[in-house]
Ligand binder design. Sequence first.
Ligand code: SF4
Length: 258
Amino acid sequence: MMRRTVYGPIDSWRFGRSAGIDANCGSYCSFNCIYCQLRPVRNIITGRRKFVETGRVVKDLREVMGNRNFDMINISGTGEPTLASNLRDIITAARNFAECYGREVGVLTNSSLISDPGVRRDLSEADVVSLKLDAPNPEVFRRINLPHPGVDFDRMLDGMRVFRKEYGGKLYLQMMFLEQNRNHAKEMRELAETIKPDLIHLNTPTRLHGEGLLLSKEEMEKIKGVFEGMKLRMVYDSKKTGVKPVDREETLERRPGG
Ligand code: SF4
């Protein structure tokens, strides 16, 4: 049976009751992060292509989320959503649907393609864009995110800064802290200051595949202290909404942590 492109709503500490759109349905990502729930990512690519028809997303949105309670629609799923060449159309379709419920649409990206002006143009259609930055330098980047060789750390950072200047929506920055970068919080803060997000999400891998990498509440409190004065939320400070997904199995397959 063909998998649906829409799942959830998920109980997200960052976005509340979050309805998800899987823009690439099938383990396609430009990274292979050591904490990813999808590990190993089957297809590590950087080329954009159409994975699902936009019409199918619209149909699934109506069937799965019609008359459901959700706080936001997030385009994420089983991999990196900016790899979808029809991302702009998917965002527009999702916004048309979300508007009927007075809700917003976000895209959760790993930032790998943000130096591409076409990707930035697509993302600019979203109400919210959440970028990912887990490393202070190329070496730690390679150790944590295991990127496709075509992804250059410094070019990615430049793209994030350019996007901040161009983008009029809400820009979030997610930073995943784990053993490999726990001592780099100060440098990560310095980088965050140059990107100027509206909000920083300080995370640690609490899900499957995060075992052994997870930082304790006390350790995350210390890291939070390093970011003092910046607008942020930390995973251990969040409350659960208690929402139940429509199709639990479909939802569990898509919680990559991106
Ligand atoms: S966590 Fe996100 S960015 Fe990292 S490999 Fe998984 S889907 Fe890709």
